[in-house]
Design a protein around this ligand. Structure first.
Ligand code: SF4
Ligand code: SF4
Length: 313
C-alpha cells in the first residue's frame, strides 16, 4: 500500500505534544482562501516552479523544447530581486499533464514535482529512526495534509503500525470526511488536531468551498466517543476574528469542553503566498494584514473567560 506525500518533517514542535515527525499527505477537499500549503490541495503529483532557483532561459533554458505538449516557452524580460535582467520560462498549466520531463531536465531543481508515493514500510523506517526523540520529549507522529483522512486506508494502516510500536499518534484534520472514516481511525488516534475555520456555515462555504455542518457534527461525535482534541482556529482578518464570531466559537467549544486539551489560536500569516506562485496557476489569492497581538490576546481572554484552555500559536 502506498500513500501520496508531499513532505515528511522531523523535529516538529507545532503539531502536537513533544517532538514529532509530521507526515504530510497530499490532497484536500477544502480550498481555504488563506491556505498556507496550497501545494497540498490537489491529489495528484504536480509540477511546481521556484523562481529563486531558476537561472533563466537565456543562460540555461534546459526546460525549453522538452515538453511534448508545448507547455513551456521563454517568457518576457524581467528584473530579479537584485535588479539583474532575466527571462524566466512560462508554463501553460492547461497544457501540462504533469509528466515530469521538464523537472528531470532542470538541473537547478527550479522545476520540481510535488507529491511522492511512499510505501508504509518506507514511512515507518523514517518514523522508527525518530523514536528516541519521541521518548525523551513525550512526542510522536502527526499525520497531516492536505486532509490525511482523504487517504483513509493509508492513514489507518500507518496509525495501526505506530500504535503497535507504542508511538503516540495525532491526526491533523479538517473534519470534513465521513463519520465512518473518523470512527475507523479513532481507536488508533491519541489526539485530533481539529480545525474549526469558521462557525457560520454559509461563510465557511464561501471561504473554504464546503459547509461546516459535517465538521461540527464529527467533532461532537469524537467527543462523545472519548477522543481528545487540540482545537485549531485560524484567526483570519475580517472573516472570523470578531467578538461576535468568537462567541459562536465559545458556545460550540463548551459543548465538547471535556474532550479539549487546548484551543490553539493561529494568527493568519502571509508565508504561504509565494507557494501559490510556485504552482504556476496565477490564481487570485486572499491577502490581509496579520491580526494584531492585541486582537489575538483579546480573543484568547474571551475564550478563557468561559473556562477554556487557550494558547496563541
Ligand atoms: S531548466 Fe530550470 S533553471 Fe533552467 S531555465 Fe528551465 S526552470 Fe530555469
Ligand atoms: S511536467 Fe508539464 S510542462 Fe513539464 S514536460 Fe511534462 S507536461 Fe510539459
Amino acid at each position: 500500500m502506498t500513500g501520496k506525500l508531499y513532505d515528511i518533517q522531523g523535529f516538529s514542535v507545532q503539531d502536537g505534544p513533544g517532538i514529532r515527525t509530521t507526515v504530510f499527505l497530499k490532497g484536500c477537499p477544502l480550498r481555504c482562501a488563506w491556505c498556507h500549503s496550497p501545494e497540498s490541495q490537489e491529489f495528484p503529483t504536480e509540477l511546481n516552479w521556484m523562481s529563486i532557483r531558476c537561472l533563466g532561459t537565456d543562460s540555461c533554458g534546459l526546460c525549453l523544447n522538452i515538453c511534448a505538449n508545448g507547455a513551456i516557452i521563454a517568457g518576457s524580460l524581467q528584473k530579479t530581486a537584485s535588479g539583474a535582467d532575466v527571462i524566466y520560462p512560462e508554463v501553460d498549466k492547461s497544457k501540462c499533464d504533469n509528466c515530469g520531463a521538464c523537472a528531470s531536465a532542470c538541473k537547478a531543481a527550479a522545476l520540481y514535482m510535488c507529491g511522492t508515493d511512499y510505501t508504509l514500510d518506507e514511512v515507518m523506517r523514517r518514523i522508527e529512526r525518530d523514536v528516541p526523540f519521541y521518548e525523551d520529549s513525550g512526542g510522536g507522529i502527526t499525520i497531516s495534509g492536505g486532509e490525511c483522512l482523504s487517504q483513509s486506508e493509508f492513514t489507518l494502516e500507518l496509525l495501526k503500525r505506530c500504535k503497535a510500536i507504542g508511538v503516540h499518534t495525532a491526526v491533523d484534520t479538517t473534519g470534513f470526511v465521513p463519520w465512518a472514516t473518523i470512527e475507523s481511525v479513532l481507536p488508533y488516534t491519541d489526539l485530533f488536531l481539529y480545525d474549526l475555520k469558521c462557525m457560520d456555515s454559509e461563510l465557511h462555504k464561501q471561504v473554504t468551498g464546503v459547509p461546516n455542518e459535517l465538521i461540527l457534527d464529527n467533532a461532537l461525535k469524537i467527543a462523545d466517543k472519548g477522543g481528545r482534541f487540540w482545537i485549531r482556529i485560524p484567526v483570519i482578518p475580517r472573516l472570523n476574528d470578531s467578538e461576535e464570531h468568537f462567541t459562536l466559537y465559545r458556545d460550540f467549544l463548551l459543548r465538547i469542553r471535556d474532550a479539549i486539551d487546548i484551543v490553539q489560536l493561529l494568527p493568519y500569516h502571509k508565508m504561504g503566498i509565494s507557494k501559490h506562485d510556485r504552482l504556476l496557476k496565477h490564481e487570485k489569492i486572499f491577502v490581509a494584514s496579520p491580526p494584531s497581538d492585541e486582537l489575538m490576546d483579546s480573543r484568547k481572554r474571551q475564550l478563557e473567560a468561559a473556562g477554556l484552555p487557550v494558547r496563541v500559536h
